[in-house]
Design a protein around this ligand. Structure first.
Ligand SMILES: [Zn+2]
Length: 273
């Protein structure tokens, strides 16, 4: 029980750091300096007011100095990350796999929330994910090679590269034909764009799917690609019913689909087959 509590607390602290990433990376600001401060009164936030999840509750969601409302997103991101860390620990134990997927899930959180705000993400984010994913399979690959296994197909590094290329290629093919289809549609309707969108899929989506391939392999790319539209459809139904704004970024759906695929991908696959 003590390790579980520690993992949860550690996750919430990483969540706090992810908040900083979500807030500062799109503006190209330093992650380390300055320390946290209130966006309204600019006063630095003391360490005891910066405790993940708890400080928000103690302060009832307001700045101690100027009573400016603190966005509910901060504790939500901390809580989501903490829950991810705990669930991943329960599934994987204290292993290299845990570090690997904790890293992936952290990237998913950052990418999703930045995409919600800006409808775009810094191009390097998925490449950091891809590089990290490749580094995580180096060690198991070396370990396997040392035991004398030279079968390409079982080597983690080979699988990761295959996933990467497939993720890029598969998604880019859909983007290519999707763009042709969308072009045709826009000309037919004599429209410039659909609420500002001129592309079927963005290059950010292509990079993202390459990252999915590195971490989860070829099959997962296909699953994630086809699960995401169903989640988007659910949100669209909700948005239409409650008359909310309809155009929403796609990376949160791809992220959710990645989480679903990670936990239940095999079950879904065998069900579909
Ligand atoms: Zn303030």
């Amino acid at each position: 029980m003590i390790i579980e509590i520690f993992v949860f607390i550690f996750g919430s602290c990483i969540g706090s750091f992810l908040n900083v990433c979500i807030h500062r990376l799109p503006k190209s600001k330093s992650l380390a300096f300055p320390g946290s401060f209130c966006p309204k009164c600019k006063k630095p936030i003391k360490f005891y007011d910066n405790i993940p999840i708890l400080s928000y509750l103690f302060l009832r969601g307001r700045c101690r100095k100027c009573s400016e409302k603190i966005s509910l997103r901060y504790p939500i991101v901390e809580l989501i990350t903490a829950i991810f860390f705990l669930v991943l620990y329960l599934k994987l134990g204290l292993t290299l796999e845990l570090a690997k997927f904790v890293f992936l899930f952290s990237v998913l959180v950052v990418v999703s929330f930045i995409d919600i705000d800006y409808h775009a993400i810094p191009i390097y984010l998925c490449f950091i994910g891809i590089t990290g994913g490749l580094l995580f399979v180096l060690w198991p690959t070396c370990a396997l090679l040392k035991t004398g296994v030279f079968d390409l197909k079982v080597l983690p590094l080979y699988k990761a590269f295959a996933g990467l290329l497939f993720g890029f290629g598969f998604t880019y093919a859909f983007k290519f034909f999707g763009d042709i289809g969308l072009d045709f549609y826009l000309k037919f309707r004599k429209q410039e764009s659909i609420e500002g969108e001129k592309e079927s899929l963005g290059l950010g989506d292509v990079d993202f799917m390459g990252m999915v391939g590195v971490f989860l392999g070829v099959k997962a790319v296909v699953l994630v690609f086809f699960i995401a539209p169903f989640i988007a459809l659910l949100y669209s139904a909700y948005a239409i019913f409650f008359k909310k704004t309809h155009l929403i970024p796609y990376l949160p759906y791809l992220s959710l689909a990645t989480v679903i695929t990670f936990f239940w991908g095999n079950k879904i696959l065998s069900f579909v087959m």
